[in-house]
Design a binder for this molecule. Structure first.
Ligand code: HGY
Ligand code: MN
Ligand code: MN
Length: 437
């Protein structure tokens, strides 16, 4: 299959493209090296990766990323929320910007490409377009968000929600596992919580947001394709569920027991049954037992629920059925339950215009016109940025679809294809912009 390359279009063959920039294969190799460097900035001493918002590790990777952004010929700044930002002006100064980016924070025991790959591909594309001497009809910005995962404070997308202007002041009272408030963490990081609103961007400043991200599922891997176009990102809601029984002696006879852990176990399986039957994805990722002793009946269990669905109404209807299932499981056992919502993010739909641009970008790669379209059950910063501008996402195959795990892996060839595709998407948008100017 031959792939038409427009003049200035990226080349993924490994030879230097007509633009004079290093080939995307060379750029891909450098990105993988940079992923390895960023992976060394972890708070853990067991060799695993964990890098949370407003931490010393966050400072370190912002500094490194700012250096690479500068090398790429971009002007850099850190915004009031700790996001690392960069910009190159278009044909004239002050034009609205096309925003590229992803995030630099991680989950505990993470892989080294979730978020990070998208930031580094964006920098590489900005560098290649600059090196080609192409003057875009818009500014080009790159943003490395500081908190997509929510690992430290429990509610996610803090960096991108500062940028989209939907930051909630009460979030500053959130506390991490050490009892440090978000406001205190801001101050320790060198930021002023009172200045947070200056991170917010106005819709008129942006033309759109494009994010490259590993797929974090096996669809591309199983179908032997490198790249895919995201149609929409599932809406998520997170809740903290507490089941109360009565702690007691492990020798207590059956009729007298009110075992919160037995009730939670039945409830969690009921959650899975409801989610499977309603097209949702439910995850209980965290559970604590009290008093947590081998010879004491658990009196209280606290566990997290992460519930996702392609449509918010579908997800919320599923939650109503889960609530009923929790009640049934508890009633039979003389238990009670309470739930607190800790996070919610509406489903976000990628715009036809930016999906078409991503398809044009994929046509610049060996994959050509074969661009599968995928729903993302994983959440992304694009969900937040969708509040103020159109979003588009490009998925990159990851080995066996594994993510949020040290085995997370990508290939250099797929990263090169992602660079070519994102560059092609930006150039396609530039051509469209000029045509309709
Ligand atoms: O949870 C997610 O889907 C994302 O990785 N934060
Ligand atoms: Mn993630
Ligand atoms: Mn991510």
């Amino acid at each position: 299959m031959t792939t038409e390359h427009q003049a200035g279009a990226p080349s993924s063959t490994g030879a230097p493209s007509s633009t004079g920039a290093p080939s995307s294969t060379v750029a891909a190799a450098r990105i993988l090296e940079r992923c390895d460097v960023l992976a060394t900035h972890t708070s853990r001493s067991d060799g695993l990766i964990e890098r949370v918002y407003l931490s010393p590790e966050h400072t370190a990777v912002n500094t490194l990323t700012a250096g690479w952004m500068t090398e790429a010929g971009l002007d850099t700044w850190q915004d009031a929320a700790g996001n690392q930002c960069a910009r190159r002006e278009g044909v004239t100064a002050g034009l609205p910007a096309l925003l590229l980016g992803s995030h630099l924070d991680t989950v505990p025991a993470a892989g080294r490409y979730d978020g990070i790959l998208g930031v580094l591909v964006a920098i590489a594309v900005a560098e290649r377009i600059g090196a080609s001497g192409t003057e875009l009809p818009f500014a080009l910005e790159v943003v490395a968000f500081g908190d997509e995962e929510g690992t430290r404070f429990g509610t996610t997308l803090l960096g991108s929600r500062a940028l989209d202007g939907t930051w909630q002041p009460e979030w500053l009272k959130l506390r991490d596992a050490q009892g440090v408030s978000l406001a205190e963490a801001f101050t320790a990081f060198g930021l002023d919580p009172a200045a947070l609103d200056t991170a917010a961007r106005r819709p008129a400043e942006l033309l759109g947001y494009l994010e490259v991200h590993i797929e974090q599922a096996p669809v591309l891997f199983d179908s032997h394709r490198a790249l895919g176009i995201v149609t929409s990102i599932a809406g998520a809601v997170r809740r903290q569920i507490t089941i109360e029984g009565h702690a007691g002696h492990a020798g207590t006879p059956w009729h007298a027991r009110r075992d919160a852990l037995a009730g939670a176990s039945e409830a969690i399986l009921a959650i899975e049954t409801v989610a499977r039957s309603t097209g949702l994805i439910a995850t209980v990722g965290h559970l604590q037992v009290f008093p947590d002793a081998v010879n004491v009946i658990p009196g209280r269990v606290e566990f997290s629920l992460d519930l996702r669905g392609e449509h918010d109404a579908q997800r919320d209807a599923g939650w109503a059925r889960i609530t009923a299932a929790l009640g049934t499981a508890c009633e039979r056992r003389g238990l009670t339950f309470t739930t607190v919502q800790t996070h919610t993010a509406a489903a976000a739909h990628c715009s036809p215009r930016l999906r078409a641009a991503m398809a044009a970008g994929i046509r610049c790669t060996a994959q050509g016109a074969d661009a599968p379209e995928l729903l993302s059950m994983a959440g992304h910063d694009a969900m937040a940025v969708a509040a103020i501008t159109e979003i588009g996402m490009l998925f990159v195959r990851c080995t066996n679809g594994v993510s949020h795990h040290p085995d997370e892996a990508v290939t250099e060839a797929d990263v090169a294809a992602a660079i070519d595709a994102l560059e092609g998407a930006v150039l396609a948008l530039a051509a469209e912009y000029v045509q309709h100017a």
